[in-house]
Design a protein around this ligand. Structure first.
Ligand SMILES: Cc1cc2nc3c(=O)[nH]c(=O)nc-3n(C[C@H](O)[C@H](O)[C@H](O)COP(=O)(O)OP(=O)(O)OC[C@H]3O[C@@H](n4cnc5c(N)ncnc54)[C@H](O)[C@@H]3O)c2cc1C
Length: 417
């Protein structure tokens, strides 16, 4: 079967990988000149299924209100007259109830844990390296209130059978020794020993090289202008380099999927949520984290990637450009400096902004649409790297007509109909 994969971010490339392994003829189309040049380029790097949680959570309405008034809040909203943004906002608020949160979280956890198993199998099979670490992720808790909040969360982790350990400050330093030199006080942390981290761009580039070597065609520098349909089925794709057609079409277009599918009558509830990262060359490796630390206080994730150190975070709703004013990197750099003061070369920062393709409830949209031959792999929000391999495996199973490895209840577009 010929399959056209639209988009060469981590989601499109992992999809192409599994499709090629299944023996399909695969063509990947992207406007950029290489894989992972948009949101998959410089994310925080955590592959953290234990942390897979919807942003629409109990208590978030109150927190969001306080953040709206704060200067350097982790979440900023720029409201504009836009019906899709307003619909998204209302849906997000509805999903903050304890009941909706529990359902959404269990859906994200189902996919994320499956995805980590798929990533580990892929790594063992291909030998792919991407500055990965496999020693867990530490959620750092700076205040007693943060310890209390996480203590109640550990009951959920225990019930789900997820390995975790709540530690005091000395325990946190035993896990990440460089924290002994932190300039900010902290109370402890939650260690998630089975989670991982790694450079999503490096992974995507190397997997694309492998898929190309095994027969996938990559058509870079090609803008997808229109998805064409007749009698309820896709007939082809109009691009800047000509008309393309296939037996199946997988949409992995990140934040742009909603705009391209709207003319087909498909309303995807995806909004861009902008975030930022700062990457530094390591200056003193012994003063840097060994793996990944998520600072609960600032919501900044700090990850070691080979001889680099990356800090990422912040969320801005209502903006759709990656051109970011320099002040947006201030809070992230400050968190990094407070926790790992001498670790990186702060004089040589690489600053990056990306747009998370976010659904209001949290889980992505996988699989079938009402349009024949058209499949979705979009809307992974702030967890796309963690969910990529599992989502792609599901898509390949659906194309092959095999039952997917997980139940897709709550992970498809049908939940919005
Ligand atoms: C600051 C930040 C930190 C993050 N940290 C983490 C983390 O620690 N862990 C985690 O799991 N996730 C994280 N994420 C989320 C993760 O990066 C995303 O979920 C993931 O990269 C989305 O991948 P994608 O392939 O869907 O989108 P993209 O990587 O954006 O790929 C979409 C592709 O479609 C192409 N495209 C779009 N429109 C067109 C068109 N019209 N024609 C041709 N091509 C087109 C684009 O060029 C692009 O290459 C983070 C995100 C941000 C912003």
């Amino acid at each position: 079967m010929k399959v056209l994969v639209l988009g060469a971010g981590v989601i499109g490339v992992t999809t192409a990988h599994y499709l090629v392994e299944d023996g399909h003829e695969v063509e990947v189309v992207d406007r950029q000149g290489a894989p992972a040049r948009e949101t998959s380029f410089a994310n925080a790097g955590s592959v953290c299924p234990s942390y897979a949680t919807p942003w629409a959570a109990p208590g978030m309405r109150r927190k969001a209100l306080a953040w709206l008034l704060a200067d350097e809040a982790p979440l900023r909203v720029r409201w504009r007259a836009d019906a899709a943004l307003a619909r998204w906002g209302f849906a997000w608020l509805r999903n903050c109830s304890p009941g909706r949160f529990a359902v959404n979280k269990s859906r994200m956890q189902r996919l994320s844990h499956y995805s980590l198993a798929c990533l580990q199998a892929l790594r063992a099979e291909t030998g792919i390296r991407y500055d990965e670490t496999t020693r867990g992720v530490l959620q750092l808790l700076r205040t007693p209130a943060e310890i209390d909040a996480v203590s109640s969360h550990t009951r959920v982790l225990a019930a789900a059978g997820i390995a975790h350990r709540l530690v005091d400050a000395a325990g946190a330093i035993a896990i990440e020794p460089a924290l002994a030199h932190a300039a900010a006080p902290f109370e402890g942390g939650l260690h998630l020993p089975n989670d991982e981290s790694g450079d999503c761009r490096l992974f995507t580039e190397r997997l694309a090289e492998r898929a190309a070597a095994r027969g996938a065609a990559f058509r870079f520098g090609t803008w997808i202008e229109r998805i064409e349909t007749a009698a309820g089925a896709v007939t082809g794709v109009a691009t800047s380099t000509g008309h393309l057609s296939a037996d199946r079409y997988v949409v992995a277009l990140g934040v742009d999927a909603a705009r391209l599918l709207a003319p087909l009558g498909l309303r995807l509830p995806i909004q861009p949520v902008r975030g930022f990262s700062v990457t530094l060359p390591l200056a003193r490796p012994e003063r840097a984290p060994l793996a990944s630390v998520i600072d609960e206080h600032t919501k900044v994730a700090i990850t070691r990637m080979g001889d680099r150190l990356r800090a990422a975070g912040a969320a801005e709703l209502g903006v759709d450009t990656t051109d970011a004013p320099p002040d947006r990197f201030r809070a992230i750099t400050r968190a990094l400096r407070e926790l790992f003061p001498q670790a990186g070369d702060f004089g040589r920062p690489e600053q990056w902004a990306g747009l998370r393709p976010m659904t209001p409830d949290g889980p992505p949209l996988l699989g079938p649409t009402p349009v024949d031959r058209l499949l979705l792999n979009v809307g992974h929000g702030g967890q796309g790297w963690s969910m990529a391999c599992g989502s792609a495996r599901v898509l390949a199973d659906l194309v092959a007509g095999r039952p997917p490895g997980i139940d897709l209840d709550g992970l498809t577009l049908a939940r919005y109909s």
